[in-house]
Design a binder for this molecule. Structure first.
Ligand code: B12
Ligand code: SF4
Length: 469
């Protein structure tokens, strides 16, 4: 029986959308916890749910001698995690939950059966909790529970208590790398390779983002930003390349190019060791310039994801995005020149969006021409300023335990059908712009595309007065 079993409740094969995408990545958060706690002498195992199923996990929880179960939860895995908590509780486990979701819904997770919710970074808090759970002779636990910083719990009467926050790890370089050996990482790489001809691995170079985009969750790291040393990151990457022989990599940082001096040093170290791996990453247009893109290209960056969100400056400002539409356009252009693909994230339905903003977004994508773009209808994540702003208008259609913040409706906002038309119009317009650039474009095709555009625009106008909930 280990001191701690870690899991995360994400089941790839139960998610039809993800099964089409088939780009799984290792759950780094719990792997960081695992390596930290193992180094402190705890016996820690990971039940990686990605390629497994809930029946196998439940069987494991019901047949193993119960000890402590630590579960990562994010916005999408809430309902799975609540179910895991129920099964584990019945089987006699102590349950600790952490990650970006539980901190925002601490009381709900505790009332669902968790013994502790951990806020923020989990390493030191988990270490203290495991020691206390192991050593405590106080059966009710109300005395020691009140002392563990960074946690929340319910006392014997069921009253909610939240302890003060815990300081963040001062030196990330002193932490061990994530315990990838605790899971079958080769299977991740192989899954990528068999579906996309290229095996991929993920790693992070920093924790936290200091920007303040109003819809973005800062539940775990707040507005802080800490970096690992470039040399230490290259050590890890070099090891990853030898151990797992991936073809490509994903730098899972929030904003990879946030610190230009860091990128210079990282590139110098990669150059010195003659290392090169094609990779993709996320950045912000205002943190990209000619020099950064030169370095990214040299390092092997084949795709850069740029949060664009809207083509309307008024909306970008309302989001506190801190980026100009022109900066996005320039960043995409500078990437194109270096043969780095650009990916754009776009958002419909943010507070205050009008038809003219939708038109501005369509114009923006049509003229900027990213290689790929993804759209979402904005959703308020609890704990964000955006959530606070629309709080009075939120309508929860399903019980908390069976839904997610993505499913909350915002009363008075345009209907889903309206945004579906906006999305269709965007795609039609972009396709038309692309096809019409070709001097040999088929006139019938162009005519069909014009008809599609007209139909989408009519759909948008026809649904303009429909509202959500
Ligand atoms: C990489 C990433 C992804 C990858 C996930 C791949 C993977 N397996 O890692 C992909 C692209 C698939 C993805 C998808 C989504 N993501 Co994402 N993603 C991230 C990102 C950028 C990095 C995650 C990471 O590796 N962090 C580094 C590790 C070290 O940090 P950590 O995971 O938070 O772990 C620490 C603590 O949370 C805590 N902890 C973690 N687990 C546990 C467990 C216990 C028991 C304890 C005590 C503590 C604890 O300790 C850890 C170490 O200190 C984060 C933002 C971020 N910087 O964290 C967003 C983030 C997690 N994603 C987010 C969202 C919204 C999504 C999507 C819903 C987006 C969408 N619209 O589809 C989907 C959901 C996918 C799914 N089905 O689960 C939000 C989550 C918000 C929320 N409240 O849950 C985040 C926080 C982004 C944001 N700022 O808004 N994501
Ligand atoms: S959206 Fe990106 S840049 Fe903005 S706060 Fe979130 S992580 Fe930072």
């Amino acid at each position: 029986m280990p001191d701690l079993l870690l899991t995360h409740g994400y089941f790839l094969y139960e998610d039809p959308k993800e099964m089409q995408i088939m780009k799984p990545y290792a759950p780094l958060g719990i792997l960081y916890l695992c390596s930290h706690l193992r180094r402190q002498g705890f016996d820690v195992e990971v039940f990686d749910t990605t390629f497994s199923n809930r029946e196998s996990l439940f069987r494991h929880l019901q047949t193993e001698k119960p000890s402590v179960l630590g579960i990562y939860a994010n916005l999408m895995t809430r309902s799975n995690v609540v179910e895991i908590i129920r099964v584990a509780r019945e089987a006699g486990w102590h349950i600790i939950v952490g990650g970006p979701e539980p901190g925002a819904y601490a009381q709900e997770f505790l009332e669902s059966g968790a013994d502790f919710v951990v806020f923020g970074e989990g390493e030191a808090t988990m270490q203290e909790l495991l020691t206390a759970l192991h050593d405590s002779t106080d059966s009710s636990g109300n005395i020691w529970k009140a002392k563990v910083a960074g946690t929340a719990y319910l006392d014997d009467e069921g009253t909610f208590h939240q302890n003060p926050p815990r300081a963040q790890i001062a030196d990330l370089d002193a932490q061990p790398w994530p315990a990838r050996e605790a899971i079958d990482l080769h299977r991740y790489v192989d899954t990528w390779r068999s579906h996309h001809q290229q095996g991929s691995v993920n790693f992070i170079t920093a924790r936290g983002c200091p920007y303040k985009c109003r819809w973005c969750s800062h539940q775990v790291y707040g507005q802080t930003h800490r970096r690992r040393s470039p040399v230490k990151v290259v050590d890890e990457l070099e090891w990853l390349l030898t151990e797992y022989t991936p073809d490509i990599a994903w730098v899972s940082d929030d904003v990879f190019t946030i610190n230009h001096e860091w990128i210079r040093k990282y590139a110098a170290e990669m150059r010195r060791r003659n290392l090169h791996i094609p990779f993709e990453c996320i950045s912000r247009a205002d943190r990209l310039n000619e020099e950064m893109l030169d370095l990214l290209a040299e390092l092997g960056c084949f795709r850069i994801w740029i949060g664009s969100e809207s083509g309307s400056q008024r909306l970008l400002d309302a989001m506190d995005r801190g980026v100009k539409v022109e900066q996005v356009q320039r960043a995409v252009e500078m990437s194109r020149v270096r043969k780095i693909q650009s990916g754009m994230f776009l958002m419909w339905g943010y507070e205050g969006e009008e038809m003219e903003d939708i038109e501005a977004t369509i114009r923006h994508v049509r003229t900027t021409k990213p290689d790929i773009f993804f759209t979402t209808v904005s959703y308020p994540i609890k704990g964000t300023p955006y959530y606070q702003q629309v709080q009075n208008k939120l309508v929860q259609l399903k019980p908390w335990a069976q839904s997610s913040d993505r499913e909350i409706k915002i009363a008075g906002r345009h209907s889903r059908a309206y945004y579906a038309h906006a999305d269709k119009l965007l795609r039609d317009e972009v396709q038309f712009a692309k096809v019409s650039e070709d001097p040999a474009a088929d006139s019938e095709l162009l005519q069909d595309l014009r008809i599609n555009i007209r139909a989408s625009r009519e759909g948008l106008l026809a649904t303009q007065s429909e509202v959500e909930a």
